[in-house]
Design a protein around this ligand. Structure first.
Ligand code: ZN
Length: 426
């Protein structure tokens, strides 16, 4: 039951070509004229700004930007719209599809790699056309290194999709992850790579050599079905793994729901904590002190609760209430927020769900939009390339109908998507 794509737009944009004196070698140029520009760093949109794009980069942005006379420029009128930096998905799994279609166990155990890869190409397109021009994809969940190839297919222009930071297989302590419940003597396909101690460092290095941009560690998990999560790796194991990742210039994301798993990962030097439902005020204070980003994944617990019959009304079931509480505690502690919904648990292309839920949980819309653009870019060490509308950065730009800093539902009304100066939807 894949959601209907919303970019089948009947919008008519006024596109005109002005000044036709360009040389054949000139890069294509666009002058984008929305009603306002949300630049990713200023909470207040700039009314009346225009943005000039040349080649793959932003050349100028401001109130007096016009088409240069000496070149061919495609003018894109976007009346009523807000132009923003392309949104950055902080936590996706392009190789998973919603659990109410197929359970996680069955995806890992029974779906052929080619099927999962074919589906991931569709997920990548849906993500891009939903306005998310970059994703941090946190593990293929049993699909090996297929994310490396998917990323290459996008970069080579074979298929449309977002820029990708990939985690390849992700890393779990031996025996900690799933699928579970089989005769122990049988080798079962796993959702991530098992490694411990010195082997964990070797596995980190192997994944980096194979294409990992980010290392994903599971700092805790349910050792057996039905029991609560408990810490897995020791702090020393994670410290060694994280040092190996950092020395190779890679960031680290730690899955952690328990306070103890979070504490160990933070002290070991992780760059972000994913989920964090049982985080205490002390743990979130430690995160702020260490500059660790928090990805609350509100949309994941929301989606799973709905799959179990929740109608979305209060009182929310315990996992949803817990995620909301952790979000409040983290905000009160001043932790830097990542926007990442754990997409794949729910449908790709529905990425904006996390943005909506963060606003519904009390974070001002403009702050959430800044977190989803310049904030995520900074956390993922990409701030010099994407996340902000300023000259010199890559032209990853999205226009939405209305003003999302006032009415967040506007992030769903995608009118225009550009990635690296190339138009994907208008
Ligand atoms: Zn995840």
């Amino acid at each position: 039951m894949i959601a209907r794509l919303r970019w089948a737009l009947s919008v008519t944009l006024c596109v005109a070509v002005v000044a036709a004196t360009a040389t054949a070698a000139a890069d294509p140029a666009y002058l984008l004229k929305p009603s306002r520009v949300f630049d990713g760093v200023d909470p207040k949109p700039h009314e009346g700004w225009a943005v000039l794009v040349r080649g793959e980069r932003i050349e100028a942005a401001g109130p007096a930007v016009t088409a240069p006379p000496d070149t061919e420029v495609t003018v894109v009128e976007l009346p009523g719209d807000t132009l923003m930096p392309g949104l950055i998905e902080g936590h996706s799994h392009l190789f998973l599809h919603p659990y109410n279609e197929t359970s996680w166990d069955d995806q890992v155990l029974h779906e052929p790699l080619a099927l999962r890869t074919a589906r991931a190409t569709v997920a990548a397109k849906a993500t891009l056309l939903a306005g998310f021009t970059t994703v941090r994809d946190l593990g293929t969940e049993g699909a090996g290194y297929a994310d490396v190839g998917l990323k290459q297919a996008i970069e080579q222009g074979i298929i449309p999709g977002p820029r990708m930071l990939v985690a390849t297989r992700a890393l779990v302590a031996t025996g900690a992850y799933g699928p579970k419940g089989f005769e122990p003597g049988i080798v079962i396909p796993q959702g991530a790579e098992e490694a411990d101690g010195a082997n964990l460092v070797a596995a980190v290095r192997h994944q980096i050599g194979a294409g990992a941009d980010v290392i994903k560690l599971y700092a805790d998990y349910r050792w057996r079905p039905g029991e609560p999560s408990r810490a897995t790796f020791s702090e020393a194991e994670m410290r060694a793994a994280i040092e190996a990742a950092h020395s190779a210039g890679r960031i680290v994301a730690a899955h952690a729901n328990t306070a103890e798993g979070m504490r160990r990962a933070i002290l070991a030097g992780t760059d972000s904590i994913e989920h964090g439902g049982e985080g205490t005020p002390e743990v979130f204070k430690l995160m702020r002190e260490r500059g660790v980003t928090y990805c609350p994944t509100l949309a994941a617990s929301d989606a799973v609760a709905r799959y179990h019959g929740w109608n979305g009304l209060d009182p929310a079931p315990p996992p949803v209430a817990q995620a909301r509480k952790a979000f409040d505690v983290a905000r009160a502690a001043g932790v830097t927020m990542c926007v990442g919904g754990d997409v794949g648990v729910f449908a790709h292309g529905e990425n904006a769900r996390e943005i909506e839920l963060m606003v519904a949980a009390g974070m001002p819309a403009a702050q959430v939009l800044m977190a989803a653009t310049s904030g995520n870019a900074h956390s993922f060490h990409m701030g010099d390339q994407v996340g902000t509308i300023q000259p010199g950065l890559l032209a990853d730009l999205v226009a939405v109908e209305g003003d999302p800093s006032r009415h967040i539902q506007a992030v769903r009304a995608i009118r225009f998507v550009m990635k690296g100066g190339k138009v994907y939807a208008k």
